[in-house]
Design a binder for this molecule. Structure first.
Ligand code: AHM
Ligand code: MG
Length: 335
């Protein structure tokens, strides 16, 4: 094998974020940069704990349940505390919403200009089997005149200024948008740095993979059933392949890279679906649109939905724009 020298001009996440800040010139205060640096560190720390979980007795339940009535895993609680502490300490965050905490967290005495919403460890039902999990986050700028309160987060996803996720899998990947396309970074553990490995991610306009929990089919509404039938029994005899991990971060990551559609619909049992608007649906919809895809509730663009409460849910169909348009057409006929 020919010797190939290692790259000598690495673009780290820090370098990438700083260069985006520099490109904004004097308009940029550097506050978002510092906030994202905080998220970068929490991602590394959570990644390290997820990797060692089995060895240091971090698997299993913590013994409490969260606001959704779900049992909290030890790693859910740990990841939440890591994020709350790091973001509070950044001095740039005035208000936070975490999947694991009932009320919005107001950072006392903070002059932070941003609000951060997050699911510290999504897909935690997969943790004990060593399957991919992830952190999802979204960032709003606190409104002028506000000192940071609940009204700063009860806003549609289209007002987010940044969003992303970190996936803890066979590699640790951080995928980020600040409204200027989507870039993906891979953690080089020997350097302790996220390196730009997936610049300017673009979703193909049409894919060949669908990702739904079809175990809920009994409850699905007609448009969802019709859509799934259309891709499983197509006229061209080329059915889509099924891939469903049950970790939104992993299912969306594959969808961003390979194309296709991920769906968690509303149904007769769950009238708003399962996924939480603020810290699951909005960040993923923002990333998907920035990568050239689409994200809808069935009838409406997800980023236009106005949340009524901080843990509210909404149906999600996201991915390749032609695939999502097919779902939307079926919902439009049904409405
Ligand atoms: P969680 O926040 O309690 O982990 O739940 C969210 C997860 C998503 O990652 C995933 O897309 C979905 O729940 C899977 O749900 P289901 O097990 O019903 O298929
Ligand atoms: Mg979650």
């Amino acid at each position: 094998m020919d010797f190939e020298a290692p790259p000598t001009d690495l673009v780290t996440l820090t370098r990438h974020i700083l260069s985006q800040q520099l490109a904004l010139g004097e308009k940029a205060t550097g506050d978002l940069t510092l906030l994202l640096m905080g998220i970068q560190v929490t991602s590394k720390y959570i990644a390290s704990n997820v990797r060692k979980a089995r060895l240091i007795n971090l698997v299993g339940l913590a013994g409490a349940s969260n606001v959704q009535g779900e049992d909290q895993k030890k790693l859910d609680v740990l990841s939440n505390d890591i994020m709350v502490n790091a973001l509070s300490a950044s001095g740039k965050v005035g208000v936070m919403v975490s999947e694991e905490i009932d009320d919005a967290i107001i950072v006392k005495g903070s002059k932070g200009t941003y609000a951060c919403v997050f699911d510290p460890l999504d897909g935690s039902s997969n943790i004990d089997a060593g399957v991919n999990v992830g952190t999802i986050f979204g960032v709003y700028k606190i409104k002028e005149g506000s000192t940071g309160g609940i009204s700063d987060v009860l806003r549609p996803g289209k007002e987010m200024v940044a969003a992303g996720y970190t996936m803890y899998g066979s590699s640790c990947n951080l995928v980020l948008t600040t409204g200027n396309g989507v870039d993906g970074f891979t953690l080089d553990e020997s350097l302790g740095e996220f390196i730009l490995t997936h610049p300017d991610i673009r979703i193909p306009d049409r894919g060949k993979i669908y990702s739904f929990n079809e175990g809920n089919s009994l409850h699905f509404y007609p448009p969802t059933i019709d859509y799934l039938n259309s891709i499983k029994f197509p006229a061209n005899n080329k059915p889509y392949s099924a891939r469903y991990i049950g970790s939104m971060v992993a299912d969306v990551h594959r969808t961003l890279l390979y194309g296709g559609i991920f769906g968690y619909p509303d149904d007769k049992k769950s009238k708003d679906g399962k996924l939480r608007m603020l810290y699951e649906a909005f960040p993923m919809a923002f990333l998907t649109e920035q990568a050239g895809g689409a994200a809808i509730t069935g009838s409406q663009r997800i980023l236009d939905v106005i949340p009524k409460n901080i843990h509210g849910r909404c149906p999600v169909f996201l991915g390749s724009k032609d695939d999502v348009a097919d779902v939307q057409a079926l919902y439009a006929k049904w409405d």
